[in-house]
Design a protein. Structure first.
Lengths: 788, 254
């Protein structure tokens, strides 16, 4: 090993505490990058392979009913590689051991296995056999949640008749990677499952022999999706087509894609914050090192070492610290990434979700670590290079001090001598003080960003489940029925109140922009399913004939209240209406349009105008109610609010706890790294001064107060800045993750700010105490003897 | 106390050096002005000086007389404000940093008042710092044996006395077999007995290796060990005399 390298290692060993603190900050940044981006890669590559292998469709359409012969014309659309016509119905299920009814989505598959679009992967059991009309392959999530295995049976109401379906296999499909009941926000595996059944069986059960009500298209490479959709819509229009959607809007795909985008954003922004802090810390430490080693640098130059060798020597300092951090971060990131991926297994269903750490990601982490090191070392290295050897042999002139701002303001008499030392020192090194303040502030900001998700979800859940939805149970009919049906709902056992809802699929159009969605027809001032503006918290009045749009939908369609919009109804006689937009309502999720139920009824020219109801129920009577629902063929599905909440808590609560733990840990590492380094550098620079004070009779406590008081002031100054920064970073992240369908509400409650601030202060105090121990061991004679 | 110099080739060249009379350094009308913000300091105000091969000169003068500035310029650590400095006919005054670095690396050995050892490296490693970057160095052990520190090689500077540290610095300077040895107050931080040991080492290197040597001191007693004594005052050479009868370093008193 070269002598210069030995010097490097021994010098690094001397400042190991500081080096380690910085390495840890880098490690956390790299860890995040590796964990997030490896998950991004794993999910994306798994998904892409899965889609490819199972021929996941590019275009999806639902319709009322079309003759099978239309399939040939659909296949003939230019660009279509394969068209799969299917029968798809949602039905109520009666699962043993589950009191409330579940919803089953029955999807037809060919009697004899062939390669179809959205092909099913069998993970257990066997494929259905021809001629056995009650056999079904069920989705894995549903099977797991209800402990169903091949050989078990599930009761289902098919077109008004109760049947016992036999589970022959457990399967997965690219169409249901994220298996969620339409209109809900959280997957509820126990209460929603997909059943793949024979084409003939479903055809017979739902009067679809010789017909279909759903089609998925696989396109050739290079096909123009928009044009295919247009032509498909034209073909399906006479048959009650609801309008085809591209893969991008398919619910499962959209959810997966959304998560992928989220982790990519997080995996880039958060590591940059951490590595930025690390670069600043490196800057501070190296600045100090170069100042201390002024004479050594001059000596090396006098001995004939070239500028480049000197530059490299000090760059290696930063690189060594950074690479150590990168190494730790990569290893821990891979471990955490693996854990994270298994968490995704709870949400996303893939046949095999293999963890994959792409070398490119690791290379990216290394490059980022090197960039942070070089950035942090830059000015110090330049100083070292510019140092004139002859000049450096002379001792550095004493630091320039002046009266601090507080003193200049005439408050001098109020300050004790130590207080003056503290203030003058902070002012003398404005850059370093600013870096310390900035670093502590950033750690607070990082903590707030991490904790924000908790508050945000809390708020969302609160809005969803307590403020706007007051029902206990939501029922959906298989087909809209006559408005009188609300009375039969009221007569169900235990029902205290029933509120009607009419959901109508429409295409809303304004100029070139259009979106396909359901208009929800509700009573003029709904009491159970309330439309609440999340900012004003006031319920929206629906006593008029106009439509109320979710604000995000109005933005998407580029329309304002007072204007009107074209609604093309996609069912019945498919009327087209101009509707006035009365107002917009701010909501956390969904592109929804609301109208008075009577106005919707008038628009339809139709007498079957009740698609479901919201109920409040006497909880004592629930079992009886569920039995009644299970025996009512017209009810396709029900949603129990308490069950949805419970399922949410089960899936998210544990993960949230882990997330909070890591956030606190990581933010503390930043705070610790910043404060510890600032304290150590101050201690090193001023040990002579502090030792002199001790010799003069100052106590340990008093000199600690000088050094740590400075840090305390900086930390306190950093808190408001950190709160602001956290606020800004959070709103930046919410914006970055916002999608057309939802935006995380921007909400941080005061107690969260307080907890975050206290955590950061705690980390500050701990690092202060560690430095205090060093201060107590200050060797007075040794320090005073030293030349510096 | 000190090991003998084992390299016969070096001894041969030392013998050559004594016979030759050629000029190693030549400074003509050298001035150096420092701009210190509000004040300017004229450290050198027109200095003419030459140093011959194998010659041992002492630059004598009070602090602030410009002797360190002159030494720094001769050693390629600094450039003059005006005037010319040549080393074996090559111009140093206008040389760029890279040229001066190469010059220092290959031709000059420096010894400083405060030793300027790298505290995180052992004695041997401090010498290796130089031997690793030059052509044809002597092994670090050998250089340390010459200054009598063969048994202290693995000590860190903090474990060595001032005199020992300075001898490590001398070993470091001579390990590259330099043509010139420039010493800036080598005994300035030492007491008399350790100072004598250090001067003996320098004297011996000049004598046995034939290395042209310039020693700065403000101590007039040291001057008697030199071939020639150059006296500086206020940035000018005020006296330049030969010293035909050299005193051995061990006989010095001050």
């Amino acid at each position: 090993m070269q002598a210069l390298d030995r010097k490097l290692f021994r010098d690094l060993w001397r400042i190991k505490g500081q080096a380690l603190a910085i390495s840890m900050v880098i490690a956390v940044g790299v860890l995040m990058l590796i964990a997030y981006l490896s998950n991004f890669n794993s999910l994306q590559s798994t998904r892409d392979v899965y889609y490819e292998r199972q021929r996941f469709g590019h275009v999806f359409a639902t319709l009322k009913r079309a003759p099978l012969s239309l399939g040939n014309r659909i296949s003939a659309i230019p660009g279509v590689a394969q068209a799969e016509t299917r029968v798809v119905f949602d039905v109520a299920l009666d699962v043993e051991g589950l009191a409330e009814p579940a919803t089953g989505r029955l999807v037809s598959i060919p009697e004899r296995k062939r390669e179809i679009v959205n092909d099913v992967v069998l993970v257990q059991g066997r494929y259905i056999e021809p001629g056995r009309s009650d056999e079904a392959i069920i989705s894995q999530g549903f099977a797991d949640a209800n402990r169903l295995r091949p050989g078990d049976t599930v009761g289902a109401i098919l077109n008004g008749r109760r049947r016992n379906l036999e589970v022959v296999g457990v399967g997965l499909s690219p169409e249901y990677v994220y298996t969620i009941r339409p209109g809900e926000m959280i997957p509820d595996n126990a209460r929603f499952g997909v059943f793949w059944m024979g084409r003939r069986a479903l055809g017979a059960a739902f009067d679809m022999e010789g017909g279909f009500n759903d089609v998925s298209l696989l396109l050739r490479p290079g096909a123009q999706v928009e044009r295919v959709i247009q032509e498909l819509d034209e073909l399906l229009m006479p048959y009650g087509g609801w309008g085809a959607i591209p893969r991008d809007l398919q619910l499962s795909h959209w959810s997966v894609q959304n998560e992928l985008n989220g982790i990519r954003v997080a995996g880039v922004i958060i590591p940059i914050v951490f590595l930025g802090v690390a670069a600043f810390l490196l800057h501070v430490v190296l600045h100090r090192i170069v100042a201390v080693q002024r004479e050594q640098i001059a000596t090396l130059k006098a001995l004939g070492y070239r500028q480049l060798s000197i530059a490299l020597h000090y760059t290696y300092w930063a690189l060594a610290i950074s690479l150590a951090g990168t190494l730790i971060g990569t290893v821990c990131g891979a471990l955490l990434g693996r854990g994270m991926l298994s968490m995704y297994n709870d949400f996303f269903r893939f046949p095999v979700l293999e963890y994959r750490l792409d070398p490119v990601v690791v290379a990216g982490a290394v490059v980022l670590g090197i960039v942070a090191a070089v950035f942090g070392a830059r000015t110090s290295v330049r100083r070292a290079v510019r140092l004139q050897p002859a000049e450096a042999m002379r001792p550095e002139p004493p630091a320039k001090y002046s009266a601090s701002l507080v003193e200049r303001l005439g408050l001098r008499r109020l300050l004790s001598q130590p207080a003056r030392i503290i203030l003058r020192n902070i002012e003398r090194q404005p850059v370093r003080s600013a870096i310390t303040i900035g670093g502590i502030a950033l750690s607070l900001a990082v903590l707030i960003v991490g904790m924000f998700a908790v508050d945000s979800l809390d708020l969302m859940m609160d809005m969803q489940f307590r403020v706007s939805q007051r029902q206990d149970l939501q029922l959906t009919f298989t087909e809209p029925i006559s408005p009188d049906g609300i009375y039969s709902l009221q007569r169900l056992p235990g029902v205290m109140m029933a509120e009607p809802v009419l959901s109508v699929p429409v295409r809303l159009r304004s100029g070139q922009r259009s979106r396909q969605l359901s208009i929800m027809g509700l009573p003029h001032l709904p009491e159970l399913f309330r439309v609440i503006d999340v900012e004003t918290l006031s319920p929206v009045d629906l006593s008029h004939d106009g439509v109320v749009l979710a604000e995000r939908l109005a933005d998407v369609l580029d329309v304002r209240p007072g204007e009107s919009i074209t609604a093309e109804v996609l069912i019945g006689s498919r009327p087209v209406r101009e509707i006035a937009i009365t107002s917009t309502v701010r909501q956390h999720m969904g592109l929804t349009a609301y109208m008075n139920i009577d106005a919707v009824r008038r628009m339809l020219h139709h007498d079957k105008t009740l698609s479901g109801g919201y109920l409040t129920v006497d909880s004592q009577a629930l079992p009886e109610l569920f039995r009644a629902i299970k025996e009512t063929p017209a009810i396709a599905g029900s949603g129990l609010k308490a069950a949805a909440l419970k399922s949410f808590q089960e899936t998210f609560a544990a993960n949230l706890g882990i997330m909070i733990f890591f956030n606190v840990l990581f933010a503390s590492i930043i705070a610790f790294g910043v404060v510890y380094n600032a304290a150590r550098v101050s201690l090193a620079e001023r040990s002579r001064e502090l030792a002199s004070l001790r010799v003069m009779g100052f106590t340990r406590k008093e000199i600690s107060a000088i050094l740590l008081g400075e840090l305390g002031i900086l930390a306190l100054l950093a808190l408001p800045l950190g709160l602001l920064l956290g606020y800004a970073l959070t709103s930046l992240l919410t914006k970055a993750m916002e999608t057309e369908l939802y935006a995380l509400p921007f909400s941080v409650v005061p107690s969260t700010y307080a907890v975050c601030a206290l955590t950061v202060l705690g980390a500050t105090v701990v690092s202060g105490l560690i430095v205090r121990r060093k201060l107590d061991r200050l060797d007075l004679l040794e320090v005073l003897k030293a030349k510096e | 106390m000190m090991a003998s110099i084992p390299d016969p080739a070096q001894q041969a060249s030392a013998a050559d050096g004594i016979r030759s009379n050629d000029i190693v350094f030549e400074a003509k009308n050298v001035t150096k002005r420092y701009d210190m913000g509000e004040v300017t300091v004229d450290a050198l105000r027109g200095v003419n000086l030459s140093l011959r091969a194998s010659e041992f000169i002492v630059l004598l003068g009070p602090s602030g007389s410009g002797k360190s500035t002159l030494l720094n310029i001769l050693g390629g650590l600094d450039v003059p404000t005006s005037g010319a400095v040549t080393y074996r006919g090559r111009d140093l005054s206008g040389a760029d940093d890279a040229t001066r670095t190469a010059y220092r690396r290959n031709n000059v050995g420096f010894v400083f008042q405060f030793y300027n050892l790298i505290p995180s490296l052992t004695a041997r490693e401090n010498v290796a710092l130089v031997t690793e970057i030059v052509r044809d160095p002597m092994p670090p052990q050998e250089a340390l044996q010459i200054v009598g520190l063969g048994d202290r090689m693995n000590h860190f500077p903090a474990q060595l006395s001032g005199g020992e540290q300075q001898r490590v610095a001398i070993a470091r300077a001579i390990s590259k077999r330099p043509e010139v040895l420039l010493c800036d107050e080598p005994t300035g931080a030492l007491d008399i007995s350790t100072g004598v040991v250090v001067l003996e080492a320098i004297e011996r290197i000049n004598r046995e290796l034939g290395t042209a040597t310039a020693v700065i001191t403000h101590n007039a007693a040291v001057a008697s060990i030199a071939d020639r004594v150059v006296q500086l005052s206020d940035g000018l050479i005020v006296a330049d005399r030969s010293n035909p009868v050299k005193t051995a370093a061990r006989d010095l008193t001050w």
